[in-house]
Design a protein around this ligand. Structure first.
Ligand code: ADP
Ligand code: MG
Length: 607
């Protein structure tokens, strides 16, 4: 029941406030029991003169001594002040006790508020951090919406269905224990009877609540699916409209929403069952106790008299409500456990690209990059790259060409370790890259690819991205090299213009030049270009290509080229086909070879 997995780790940070809060709730329960136990003996005295006591006995913890002395105290009050004054006093003191009881339980909640929120704060931070370090491959198998849902909805559910009920469970359990003790003092026989019945009821309820977890799990994943659809809709709205797919998307959403709603109905019906179930069980237990206690009185078998039996039942009723809250809380926790599992899934996802503890943190790039017998597959048996051997000396530029799907992007993605080689190795300055600190490895490379990754922020922040303390001059210099400065200063707010989601307020060529400016500012010794101009029209391509030519100066460049005309001057051209290096050489030698390169070249010349 209380196996809360990773949540325990977070709870541990808050041991002291939790203990203080527990003390406050304990005191609150003491006060509530006190209220009853002061009113009752007094009522006995007021309505039954025979109970008046005129002598105190030495203080002991026995029931008789306590009762005697309480009665003595109240008898004195009645004797000195008269019955009606005494009644007033006792009512006021009961009120005061009850006030304190509520004040204390409020304090206990007051202290727990920052605990609950603090735990959530830490969990959310940790999920986000984990999302940042998870490998790119993790996101291939998961819908964005589902991951967002785990980081937000499930964290919220954890609060509602674990932390909050947990608090309730504790307070109610203590309340029940205190009342049971009081009941025990009044009549142990009857209480033993009750204590046999209670666990049976608890068992029945826990059996039924188990089913809830599975349904809750379904519910949370459906919620993730809904978020995914919304997320995809917003990013794909142009296509949805262009293909007249509004109705289609609408239906798809409705269908998922319908399933979600149906599961939610089941969940509501099951959780709502907790309250009447515990009430029925409570009543059964109450009536049984009533029957048994009544028969004890009738048969005169026990010391139980009518008045104490009445008090007994009055106290007993006070157990019913906490038991109800307790069962509801157990139900809630089952529901919350589904969310725990979904969050745990992210926490336990393998990072795959791990930094070796002995990693070398290199500061510079001096010799070159080498691929040694490198093969790679994306977790299937099919190899995307096969036995690649390639040396790129510092300062050289190489081009990779080949048909679409040949493995070109995969090859360059292996350099910054977006994926790790399946077999073989990549070495930088003769050090295998999996022995280089990941940060220092990635600091060496700048990437400009076909998809322009921009954030909904200012132009300045998009260029300076990830670097703090960047001066305006250096951003402007980078933008000038990237042929971006001119269009930036024509915008209303210049470098402070917001560029929209994924840079949607800019043209494709402008977006690409911002990407290049970002790479220029980073000033990496190794530049990776993955079809950087292929998505552009001729005019933007010319501006971008010109920017690229400037950026390549003095750097080691690996360029995947879409248009072969841009790579005629490269030091070496690698022709990749089906994951194999089929040809290599410079433009002239490859043309004269009359192989795949010549074929690709001729295809383009006709356009
Ligand atoms: N993330 C991925 N998961 C699984 N297979 C992939 C992934 N990316 C690419 N592939 C497959 O690997 C092969 C090479 O892809 P890629 O390197 O992108 O080729 P290129 O850049 O030369 O067009 C293709 O068959 C492609 O379907
Ligand atoms: Mg590609």
């Amino acid at each position: 029941m209380f196996k809360l997995d990773f949540v325990n780790k977070y709870l541990a940070n808050y041991t002291i406030p939790i203990i203080i809060s527990i003390i406050f709730s304990l005191l609150a329960v003491v006060f509530s029991v006190l209220t009853f136990s002061t009113v009752y003996p007094f009522l006995q005295l007021i309505f039954d003169n025979t109970k008046i006591v005129d002598k105190a006995v030495p203080f002991t913890l026995s029931k008789d001594a306590l009762e005697n002395n309480l009665h003595f105290l109240f008898s004195e009050i009645i004797r000195l002040q008269g019955k009606s004054k005494a009644l007033l006093y006792i009512s006021l003191s009961a009120m005061l006790l009850y006030f304190f009881k509520n004040l204390l339980s409020y304090l206990s909640f007051y202290i727990l508020a920052p605990v609950r929120n603090g735990i959530l704060y830490n969990i959310r931070n940790d999920i986000y951090h984990k999302l940042l370090i998870l490998p790119i491959s993790f996101y291939r198998f998961h819908k964005k919406g589902d991951i967002i849902s785990r980081a937000t909805n499930d964290a919220q559910e954890l609060d509602e269905s674990i932390l909050k009920p947990f608090q309730a469970i504790f307070i109610q359990a203590v309340t029940i224990i205190f009342y049971l003790t009081a009941l025990f003092l009044i009549n142990y026989k009857l209480t033993v009877f009750v204590m046999i019945l209670l666990p049976i009821g608890a068992f029945i309820i826990s059996r039924i609540s188990k089913i809830l977890k599975k349904t809750a799990n379904k519910l949370q994943s459906k919620q993730g699916a809904l978020l995914s659809i919304i997320e995809e809709t917003i990013s794909g709205l142009r296509i949805i409209k262009a293909y007249n797919a509004i109705d289609f998307s609408n239906e798809k959403f409705k269908k998922n929403n319908e399933i979600f709603t149906k599961i939610k109905n089941i969940i509501y019906r099951r959780t709502d069952l907790a309250s009447p179930m515990s009430e029925v069980l409570g009543t059964i237990i109450f009536i049984s106790t009533f029957l048994y206690g009544g028969s004890l009185i009738i048969s005169n078998e026990s010391t139980l008299d009518g008045a104490s039996f009445f008090l007994y039942l009055a106290l007993f009723i006070n157990i019913i409500n906490p038991s109800k809250t307790l069962t509801t809380a157990f139900y809630q926790i089952q529901k919350g456990k589904a969310s725990i599992e979904r969050i745990k899934y992210i926490f336990e996802a393998k990072e795959v690209i791990e930094e070796s503890p002995e990693a070398i943190h290199i500061k510079s790039f001096n010799e070159g990059i080498s691929f040694r017998n490198l093969s790679f597959s994306y977790e299937t048996s099919k190899y995307v790259l096969k036995n690649i051997n390639l040396d790129i000396a510092k300062g050289k530029s190489i081009a990779i060409v080949g048909p679409s799907g040949a493995g070109k992007s995969t090859l360059v993605d292996l350099i910054p370790r977006f994926y790790d080689a399946t077999e073989g190795n990549i070495l930088i300055d003769n050090i295998p890259i999996n022995q280089i600190g990941i940060d220092s490895l990635r600091a060496l490379t700048g990437i400009v690819s076909q998809e322009t990754i921009l954030f909904n922020d200012t132009i300045f922040n998009n260029i300076a991205f990830g670097n703090e303390n960047v001066s305006m001059e250096s951003v402007i210099d980078a933008a000038k090299i990237a042929n971006a400065h001119d269009f930036i200063i024509q915008m209303e707010n210049g470098y402070n213009s917001i560029i929209g989601d994924s840079g949607s307020l800019l043209s494709g060529g402008q977006r690409q030049r911002l990407n290049i400016a970002r790479a220029v500012l980073k000033n990496p010794p190794i530049l990776i270009l993955d079809e950087a101009t292929s998505a552009l029209d001729t005019e933007s391509e010319r501006l971008v290509q010109d920017a690229i030519d400037k950026v390549m100066k003095g750097r080691t460049t690996i360029a995947i080229a879409h248009r072969l005309s841009t790579i005629y001057n490269m030091d070496e051209i690698i022709v990749l086909n089906n994951g194999i290096i089929e040809e290599r050489g410079n433009h002239q030698t490859l043309i004269s070879k009359d192989g795949l390169y010549k074929k690709l070249h001729d295809l383009q010349s006709f356009r």
